[in-house]
Ligand binder design. Structure first.
Ligand SMILES: Cc1cc2nc3c(=O)[nH]c(=O)nc-3n(C[C@H](O)[C@H](O)[C@H](O)COP(=O)(O)OP(=O)(O)OC[C@H]3O[C@@H](n4cnc5c(N)ncnc54)[C@H](O)[C@@H]3O)c2cc1C
Length: 650
């Protein structure tokens, strides 16, 4: 068996520099690593090996101890999202109160007035007021403007009356609502004197802060078991004309006078601010889960042996080209996601700093980019978990491998905070607008979309002879061809008699999706490429450049149609790209373990028997089956004997 230590010793990269890129700085990487090392010593934060044999109630209750221990470890700095990196990497499942700390707290900070922040922030952070984010209803999720919960202003008492007029209007899905929350940030249609002023957010108390019983007029509970997320109490909530003070509408960008005069200011997109913050979290913290999958799968692939080579020696499965084809492009994509996520995260911070000063000029670009990256990255994490599971054969299917739980816990992310298809369509809308801007006001094109300033040059690019230095131009070319073709298709449909909305909804969906997704792949490549320039260790830069190129050629091979259709490349160029792909698999294979181990993951957080650092899959797998599996501690002899008597006599 190949020892992982031997593979590590042959690696030529500087892991500290790579960890610095992954976590934003070498100092931050050290802190995260230390956090994970500290976790190994704290029993309360370990996920019990037998966790997946437990009832939902027992799983749910076990999370409190883990969550509060994490909070202690991060000194209760729960409103600083960067602090979630360590706990997220280390804990097997979502944590209690995660949704409200990641969404309600930012919503209050961004949408609330100073008086409202003074009134609630401290209580929220201390979890005295545990407020869920109650937006989605049974009948509507993606289409927020069609939510049906109403908040009707009563001038006489200066209160809002919150009501659920139909069954579709019942809030459904908010996390932390079912069992834990005593407050809710409720999204409802604001009605004043019979006029609808659109969806606004309201702080509503739903349970008594002492007894935790639902207040009068409130029906609330947990929606039931799900595919994963068993420890998350996603809930339902109905209001029967519940009265709240006027003060409780978040009022930084909308206010209402006692007489009912409504005043709005700023960009309306600001009401999605906390969703943007959550998308930032999904983009920067959650992709590290793909590093967990790949650490397990790669370690196992170096240690797992099946079949012999021509000398009669057993092969590690990583030697097989198909195994490399399964895992190495995912590793390249992981780096592209994480490094571009860091770039986007800085842009989000810049945007919100500017918004606080009243400058909304980055809002649209920031919103569109977050939509596209959220959709691309969350899909990647789930896809990566599934391919890693497949790459580990039978053992990958066991919970003890650590892989099924990553798939289960991350699959909701493709739906929540904006269903991925809808997210891509939002980005596509921005890309189509940029086509127009490029003709009329190219100077107004935001930096992140600067390739739209060079449309003509990009459209005339041809590549007969492939070299890795052409990858960027080929990606740009694909994006611009796809989006201009979509724009032309739109024009044709409109000229053919369809109105723009019908053309968009019924004729262009797949082209729009494809353009948006390709744009994000291009964006990831650019961010990855620019980040590598910071690396000073020469050989590390060489290896990372190979990884970048592997990412680029994988994207080109997955979707070469736009390039072939527009004669940007020939069949011959296509073959050269394919050859380069195989060459890059060979180059990356010896470094793959060290590359993924730059994420510094600790064994306890991996929760795996087959992918631990010392590379002893069989010892742990057998040990956990024998000693950790609570089913083996139950004496079934009587039960089985009783069952025998029930069997039909054949
Ligand atoms: C685990 C989990 C946790 C959640 N937590 C919360 C929470 O804390 N708070 C909260 O408020 N909500 C929460 N939600 C709800 C979540 O935000 C919504 O389910 C999500 O936004 C998707 O909306 P939807 O269910 O309406 O999907 P739909 O929009 O009904 O999607 C159904 C299908 O229709 C397609 N579709 C819909 N409209 C279009 C269109 N215009 N063009 C093309 N295709 C379209 C979609 O692509 C999808 O394939 C949670 C959901 C889950 C699963």
């Amino acid at each position: 068996m190949t020892s992982l230590e031997q593979v590590r010793q042959l690696s030529t990269i500087n892991q500290i520099q790579i960890a610095g890129l992954i976590f934003g700085s070498e100092q931050r990487a050290k802190e995260v690593k230390q956090f994970l090392v500290d976790c190994e010593k704290i029993p309360e934060v370990q996920t019990n090996a037998d966790f997946y044999n437990w009832s939902r109630k027992k799983q749910f209750l076990s999370k409190d101890k883990q969550g509060f221990s994490f909070m202690k470890m991060i000194n209760n700095q729960v409103d600083d999202m960067e602090q979630y990196t360590g706990p997220m990497i280390y804990s097997a499942t979502t944590n209690h109160y995660g949704v409200y700390l990641a969404m309600v707290v930012p919503a209050l900070k961004i949408l609330g007035t100073q008086e409202q922040i003074n009134a609630w922030l401290d209580d929220l952070i201390q979890i005295r007021k545990a407020a869920c984010y109650a937006q989605t209803e049974l009948g509507h999720g993606s289409d927020i403007q069609s939510l049906q919960t109403t908040a009707t202003y009563d001038k006489q008492t200066q209160e809002f009356v919150i009501n659920t007029p139909t069954i579709q209007a019942a809030k459904f899905w908010p996390g932390d609502l079912g069992i834990l929350a005593n407050w809710a940030l409720v999204f409802a249609q604001l009605i004043v004197d019979g006029t609808n002023y659109g969806v606004q957010s309201f702080m509503v108390q739903i349970r008594d802060e002492q007894t935790h019983k639902p207040l009068k007029g409130i029906e609330v509970g947990d929606i039931g078991p799900k595919m994963g997320y068993q420890v998350k109490d996603n809930g339902f909530l109905k209001f029967d004309n519940v009265r709240i003070p006027k003060f409780n509408m978040l009022a930084k960008y909308i206010s209402i006078s006692p007489q009912g005069k409504v005043m709005k200011e700023g960009d309306p997109k600001i009401s999605y601010a906390s969703m943007m913050m959550m998308r930032k979290l999904l983009n920067t913290v959650y992709p590290k889960a793909a590093a967990i999958s790949l650490t397990i799968a790669l370690r196992y692939s170096y240690t797992r042996q099946q079949f012999t080579n021509d000398k009669g020696v057993e092969n590690s499965v990583i030697e097989y080209q198909t195994q490399q084809h399964k895992l190495l492009p995912l590793l390249a994509n992981l780096f592209a996601v994480v490094l571009s996520g860091n770039v986007t995260s800085k842009f989000v911070d810049l945007n919100f700093t500017e918004v606080q000063k009243g400058n909304f000029s980055h809002m649209n670009a920031c919103h569109s980019l977050l939509c596209g990256t959220k959709a691309n990255y969350t899909h990647f994490v789930v896809n990566c978990a599934e391919w890693c599971r497949l790459s580990c054969g039978g053992h990958g299917y066991a919970h003890y491998s650590g892989l099924p739980s990553i798939y289960q816990e991350h699959s909701p992310n493709v739906t929540l905070e904006g269903e991925n298809q809808i997210m891509f369509l939002q980005l596509a809308r921005c890309l189509l607008k940029l086509l127009k801007t490029s003709q009329k006001n190219p100077e107004k094109i935001p930096e992140q979309f600067s390739l739209f300033k060079r449309i003509n040059e990009i459209l005339s690019f041809k590549c007969d002879q492939f070299q890795t230095s052409n990858i960027l131009s080929l990606l740009e070319s694909s994006v611009i061809h796809l989006i201009t073709q979509t724009g032309m298709k739109m024009m044709q449909e409109i000229q053919g008699g369809l109105n723009p909305k019908a053309a968009w909804d019924y004729k262009l969906g797949t082209s729009l999706w494809e353009s948006a997704n390709y744009f994000i792949e291009y964006y990831k490549f650019v961010c990855f490429q620019n980040t590598i320039l910071q690396v000073t260790h020469k050989q590390t830069q060489v290896v990372l450049t190979n990884l970048l190129n592997l990412f680029g050629v994988t994207i080109l091979l997955q979707n070469p149609l736009a390039l072939l259709e527009n004669d940007v490349i020939t069949q011959q160029t296509m073959k050269q790209i394919r050859d380069e792909y195989e060459n890059l698999l060979n180059l990356i294979k010896p470094e793959a373990l060290s590359l993924v181990e730059s994420f510094c993951l600790a064994d306890g957080g991996l929760r795996t028997t087959i992918g631990r650092a010392d590379g002893k899959p069989y010892e742990y797998t057998y040990d956990w089956a024998v000693n950790e599996n609570s089913l083996n501690k139950i004496d079934f002899s009587n039960t089985v004997n009783q069952l025998k008597n029930c069997r039909p006599k054949l």
